[in-house]
Ligand binder design. Structure first.
Ligand code: GLA
Length: 678
């Protein structure tokens, strides 16, 4: 299967797409009882009840405990935990225990170890030390998944299968011999014959022509730039290969437990290499992990981006926040704890944007191992701690939000997100290393966030029918179908924005000839014959006094008009931002990297033209999101990230406090309200 082809053998449907028996807002986290003595495990069950925890992920890294020597199984402790959790009213997302192969396995079969492009073999002793393409590893992993399914399939605590863990997190690309074999199989399925591969890869260049698929290798470290389409196809193959590992385990579990939904946890926003739009179609429920970056002053906006992207991957349906942190992580250079109220605000942000479960890594902070300084719901200090009090308060807040469960977020603005475009635009030997993805997307998103405008994330080929405003930043690679789909949206009345270095290549990374931006030239009514990227530290001025950097190009207007021009720089006097009337809509082109003020102006124009309104009028730093139930119930989330009191128009009941709201809800600095609107 390739990312462009439909799955020839769709997986059987699950009987439910939501954790069995989880009927309210989920609350819990990764639970690793094998790290603790029995007394602590008993205390865990009591504390879970105290906090209102109703779901945990169990056995994620348990293989070496469950099978300490090959074939010698020790399930006693897990049987006991499943029973105790069930008795405590806690549902279990049971993992396949495959996230880290046990030491005996890598010693016995060193060929399962993954390999870097330079030939370095990644050893055992950390985690995820397996080559996802290794038939040997796959056989062992599937066997462990089947063993767990047979043992616990009928256990009353079992609510969800958690396949592996953050698949591809550390080893998104494996260049081992097993990977080389699997890559060739993937290429044969994509191209059929080697001549088609030669065409697609443009191998007439640099004597790269292949006479046989047998001669093809992954893009291992070479004397200079590897073939770009080989690199792009390897990225596609790698995403598909990791996904096929998930589907192997899913399809192992499904026949044994058809009544239990199956998922794996994604890292949307944080990860470049997994095409989660394709992956989202293969899980029964989308689950996502998200961690904020301590030194990002706008990390709450980055969080919102992640949550909205996750909802896009879930095609608008409810999703599970499978992991975030109560406080510090252990893997940033300086790991600062969260500010007072920040953990609650973070949790509510995810819920506001579609999550129906809030879970953490992890339940109890480890005493040993690489993650002992990573925060948890139960910290090293124990119950007498701010973290624990905050955890209990969150449990209460999530109980108060039970009416929100199952409601959805609606948006009239879409941002086009495409993983292949990300992989391709960041390949080497391009006009400027400063053109990256999703940098423009985040800049546009930030402006929409500040204005309280709801945004969906879609792919170029998605149904765009419901959107009045469509933003397609840095869509370097686009298929004919995707380009036509975006153009059709403008024809029927939407406003479309395309930013520089979009529409440049087709799916093979071949230039669309005849003037840039090839795929969007007609839509935009412009044609560019040459790029003039700016040098480091260089900037230019636009005719409204705002500035731009990174990029300029010589834009010729064919049918568009110039809305902003450059007043200096290599393109002085030339168009910087253009608008073309198209059918009942319009297509705008941003030919430079505008500063925040210029982006704000542009987004203002686009919103006005497309009649897109904010959820409610808000001020910067005050987040507003509405969820709407199938029965029409409306829930307005107001999350105040500022140091001052915020007032937002609303009428109804604040579910968090139970108080009546008449005309306006006042939210304290750093506080939040969730108004069930009257
Ligand atoms: C990831 C993993 C967890 C843990 C956390 C730490 O999300 O899935 O096992 O390592 O990171 O932040």
């Amino acid at each position: 299967m390739t990312s462009d082809d439909p799955d020839p053998d769709p997986a059987p449907e699950p009987t439910t797409a939501w954790p069995v028996g989880l009927t309210t807002m989920g609350f819990g986290g990764d639970y690793n009882p094998e790290q603790w003595p029995v007394e602590t495990r008993l205390e865990d069950i009591e504390l879970m009840a105290e906090a209102g925890v109703n779901v945990v992920s169990l056995a994620i890294f348990s293989w070496a405990t469950l099978e300490p020597r090959e074939g010698e199984l020790d399930f006693g402790w897990l049987d006991d935990m499943m029973d105790r959790l069930h008795a405590g009213g806690v549902r279990v997302a049971l993992a396949t225990a495959t996230a880290s192969p046990p030491p005996w396995l890598t010693r016995r079969h060193p060929e399962i170890l993954p390999q870097l492009a330079d030939g370095t073999v990644l050893g055992q002793g950390g985690r995820q030390s397996y080559a996802v393409a290794s038939p040997v590893y796959r056989e062992y992993a599937a066997k462990m998944a089947a063993t767990l399914a047979e043992r616990y399939g009928d256990h009353p605590a079992l609510a969800l299968w958690h396949v592996d863990n953050e698949i591809g997190c550390h080893t998104a690309h494996d260049y081992s011999d097993a990977a080389a074999d699997a890559f060739r199989v993937w290429l044969e399925a994509r191209y059929g014959d080697v001549e088609s591969l030669n065409q697609a890869w443009g191998t007439a260049f640099w004597s790269q022509r292949y006479g046989s698929f047998d001669d093809v290798l992954p893009p291992r470290t070479a004397p200079t730039y590897a073939n770009p389409t080989q690199q792009l196809d390897f990225a596609r193959y790698s995403s598909d290969q990791l996904l096929s590992y998930y589907t192997l385990l899913r399809d192992t579990l499904r026949p044994i437990t058809p009544h239990v939904p199956i998922t794996t946890n994604f890292m949307a926003a944080g990860s470049k290499w997994m095409d989660y739009f394709a992956w989202g179609a293969e899980v029964d429920v989308v689950a996502n992990d998200h961690y904020t970056t301590a030194d990002d002053a706008e990390r709450h906006i980055e969080l919102a981006f992640s949550a909205d992207l996750t909802r896009g991957i879930a095609r608008g349906k409810g999703w599970i926040l499978m992991e975030h942190s109560t406080g510090a992580v252990n893997w940033q250079p300086r790991n600062r704890a969260k500010a007072p109220g920040e953990m609650l605000r973070n949790s509510l942000q995810h819920v506001a944007r579609g999550a129906d479960a809030v879970m953490f890594f992890q339940w109890r902070q480890s005493k040993a191992g690489a993650e002992k300084f990573h925060s948890a719901l139960v910290p090293h200090a124990g119950r007498d701690s701010q973290v624990w009090r905050d955890a209990v308060a969150l449990g209460q807040a999530l109980k108060a939000l039970i009416p929100v469960t199952g409601s959805r977020v609606e948006a009239r603005t879409a941002i086009v997100f495409d993983y292949a475009s990300w992989w391709a635009v960041e390949l080497d030997s391009h006009p400027s290393v400063d053109v990256t993805y999703p940098e423009r997307m985040r800049a546009l998103y930030r402006e929409l966030w500040n204005r309280g405008v709801a945004v969906d994330f879609v792919t170029p080929e998605s149904d765009l029918g419901g959107y009045q405003l469509i933003l397609a930043p840095t869509l370097y690679l686009v298929t004919d179908e995707g380009a036509a789909n975006i153009a059709a949206a403008a024809e029927r009345g939407a406003s479309v924005l395309i930013t520089y270095f979009s529409g440049i290549v087709d799916q093979n990374d071949h230039i669309r000839l005849g003037g840039y931006p090839g795929a969007f030239r007609d839509l935009l009514g412009v044609s560019t014959d040459e790029f003039f990227p700016l040098l480091a530290q260089e900037s230019v001025t636009l005719d409204d006094g705002t500035t731009a950097d990174v990029w300029t190009e010589r834009v010729r207007l064919t049918s568009a008009g110039a809305v902003r021009t450059f007043t200096d720089g290599p393109m002085a006097g030339g168009p910087a931002v253009t608008r073309n009337a198209v059918g009942s809509g319009a297509a705008w082109y941003a030919a430079t990297r505008q500063d925040a003020a210029s982006i704000s102006w542009l987004v203002g124009e686009l919103l006005a033209e497309s009649d897109v309104e904010p959820v409610v009028v808000t001020s910067p730093g005050v987040e507003v999101v509405r969820r709407t139930g199938a029965d029409g119930a409306r829930f307005l989330f107001v999350i105040n990230h500022t140091d001052g009191v915020a007032s937002v128009p609303a009428t109804g009941t604040d579910l968090l406090t139970g108080t009546d709201v008449q005309g306006e809800v006042e939210v304290a600095a750093g506080g939040a309200a969730v108004v069930q609107e009257a």
